[in-house]
Design a binder for this molecule. Sequence first.
Ligand SMILES: [Zn+2]
Length: 236
Amino acid sequence: MSKPDIATLVKLQEAETEIVRLQEVLARVEKEKIKLASRLKQFENALKENKEELERAQKACKDAEREITIVDERIIKSNETLRNVKTNKEYQVLLREVDDNKKRKDALETELLGMMEERDRCQGIVEESEKEYAQLSEQVKSEQAEVEKKTIEDRELLDDYLARQEEIGQSLDPKLMDRFRRISKMNQGSAVTRVNDQVCLGCFMNVPPQMYIEVQRGNALISCPQCSRILYFEKS
Ligand SMILES: [Zn+2]
């Protein structure tokens, strides 16, 4: 191990820190995008349900209207027959039929009024949720565009750092590179850290005095006994 190695490792760490930071930012953005899309989907589902309810209410009204027409036709027909009846008994039967149908018609008309109210209520809800959906859709679109714009910059930056790290890594022994990767993975992207006043600035634990002296000399790559980060010393 030579002294220049530690300088290279410090540079590698600088890139690694940025890479980990940017990857976290991008992962958060991805989550945010999913959250936005699912919020919009929720509104879409609610709108769909409201529309289905309206359709059911409209159909109920039409069915009732159709039945009223049928009953009405029956009443007209019975009235026509009434004019041609011969016996009193026949007359009484038909009269009762007309009476029953009129009662049925009244009941249906009352029912229809309630159904129409329900239909109008559903119509209002659908209009309201269509408005809400359009608003949210607009909002989500602009939020996503903003997020996307920021993401492009961060992705470019990430690519830059990855390329830089690749370039720096080429001058290092592959074994050392493996060691760097392993320690970085153990410590969430932190593999190389400064030691100051006998304290590892990665885990803030004391390093033994003899080890501190060796780190200051910089003749070998020394790992912190607590967190395994590669230590280096810099006069402050
Ligand atoms: Zn440490």
